[in-house]
Design a protein around this ligand. Structure first.
Ligand code: GAP
Length: 447
């Protein structure tokens, strides 16, 4: 993980937030390449949810919602973690994370393991951030930063039945920020207090819920493997009865083998009719599906694949990180799936003279209309390749003296390091063909 964190900072993927003020606990800013990577992760999610299906529609709901939402959803009462204070070192810990936590005085020990530790009993701590709506704090209404995007979908269910002409089974998908005042955030962007979720609520006739649950487990596992995550680093883990959230009758986590061990990447839950029934009760509105032909009416059950965009991006980074040797020189390379790579192609003149920069710049202008492309003419060619390898650019196009004679360039592949001469006239089509081709991690071959 330290290597990933350092590469992310060095190459402008992720920075600690407000760093000039010493940072703010576990908040991060995405730099240029991080923005492009996360954008591609979200784009692939939208592609799988919307473009490749016709039974899901999109939503972008407000972060601030009516406070009754959180009474109905159970978050006001139950979205808590057990908190333990240490009276000696003044640190706070999650009672169920004590073994992974470090004592404030003696970080090699867990809290409670030294004679100086003076721990309180565990008490429930609500993870929702509060703020006040309106200009006068004292007179304002307390509202909450949403701790999950899902509730924005449930409160819009009625709107969607009316306008979208969909009937169950159908889904509503949303990507957006969520906030949780985590007691023990950490492990880089794995657990933060502000993060982006990619959630889809799939409304189904009650008797079809178990079948759709299996469908979404399979779909979501395939999504990660098709985007290059090594299958042996991915697994499904069903929640035990006592682990289930208050709304869930069955949940399975997609887990990835992070450097911190197997950890949740995404949860797929059968939420039953809990949310629609609760919002119906609290709002006084009927939230049910009525079949106009048969007159049949029911409250749909919900299957929810809930992923984190930051956590997915981190998993793709971890899976992609590699070190090898090129011509006797060590190289760090991100073997990202080409569809996820922030930059698809770098155009590099071999030397900064003889008309090569002008030709390369022209090629770059043409390519960038079709894909994310960079032009770089500064420094030795080897150094420029290394830089592109570190940000995961799958293709390097080099303009050399032969280009000026026969209008061909070399295309270098990041993974195989193979170089092939391609006519400039065919370059865009050729790169697009390669970007569409199936890809699997070269790290797999080493197992
Ligand atoms: N609506 C259901 C729900 O929110 P969750 O398992 O609490 O379920 C879904 O969250 C996903 O959101 C997680 O699998 C994870 O990827 C991401 N996530 C949750 N808390 C997070 C945090 N503090 N930091 C980063 N990502 C988080």
């Amino acid at each position: 993980m330290e290597k990933i964190v350092s590469l992310c900072k060095r190459r402008g993927f992720v920075f600690p937030s407000s760093e000039i003020y010493g940072g703010l606990g576990s908040t991060y800013d995405y730099g240029h390449y991080g923005v492009l990577l996360k954008q591609n992760v979200k784009g692939e999610w939208w592609r799988a949810m919307l473009r490749e299906r016709d039974d899901i529609v999109a939503l972008d709901a407000a972060i601030l919602m009516h406070p009754r939402t959180w009474e109905a959803s159970g978050h006001l009462e139950g979205f808590t973690d057990p908190l333990v204070d240490c009276r000696t070192c003044k640190l706070r810990f999650r009672a169920d994370h004590m073994e992974q936590s470090a004592c404030g005085r003696k970080p090699s020990k867990a809290p409670g393991e030294t004679p100086d530790c003076d721990l309180t009993d565990a008490r429930d701590f609500n993870l929702m951030f509060e703020t006040t709506l309106g200009p006068v704090k004292e007179d304002g209404t307390t509202v909450y930063l949403r701790p999950e995007t899902a509730q924005g979908i449930f409160v819009n269910f009625k709107n969607y039945l009316q306008f979208s002409r969909k009937k169950p089974p159908f889904g509503i998908a949303q990507i957006g920020k969520s906030f949780r005042n985590e007691i023990t955030p950490g492990n880089f962007v794995f657990r933060t207090r502000e993060f982006e979720q990619m959630e889809m609520e799939f409304f189904v006739p009650p008797d079809e819920a178990p079948t759709w649950f299996e469908h979404w487990l399979e779909q979501r596992m395939s999504w990660y493997t098709e985007l290059g995550l090594r299958p042996d680093h991915l697994r499904l883990r069903a929640h035990a009865e006592d682990e289930l959230s208050h709304y869930s009758s069955a949940t399975s986590d997609v887990e990835y083998l992070f450097p911190i061990g197997w950890s949740e990447l995404e949860g797929v839950a059968n939420r039953g009719d809990f949310d629609l029934s609760q919002h119906a009760e609290f709002s006084g509105q009927k939230l049910e599906y009525v079949d106009t032909a048969s007159g049949e009416r029911y409250v749909p059950h919900v299957i929810e694949p809930a992923a984190g965009a930051d956590r997915a991006a981190l998993a793709f980074l971890v899976d992609a990180y590699d070190e090898d040797d090129v011509g006797g020189e060590p190289r760090t390379v991100l073997r990202l799936h080409p569809r996820l790579a922030p930059v698809k192609v770098a155009v590099l003149p071999l030397v900064k003279k003889d008309g090569q920069p002008e030709v390369a710049a022209q090629i770059h202008r043409e390519l960038r209309a079709r894909m994310s492309a960079e032009y770089d003419e500064g420094g030795a060619i080897g150094r420029r390749y290394r830089r592109q390898d570190e940000i995961g650019t799958p293709f390097g196009v080099t303009v050399d003296h032969q280009t000026l004679e026969d209008r061909t360039v070399t295309v270098r592949e990041r993974d195989s390091l193979e170089q092939e001469r391609v006519p400039i006239a065919e370059l865009g089509d050729e790169l697009e063909r390669r970007l569409r081709a199936p890809w699997s991690s070269p790290k797999l071959a080493r197992i």
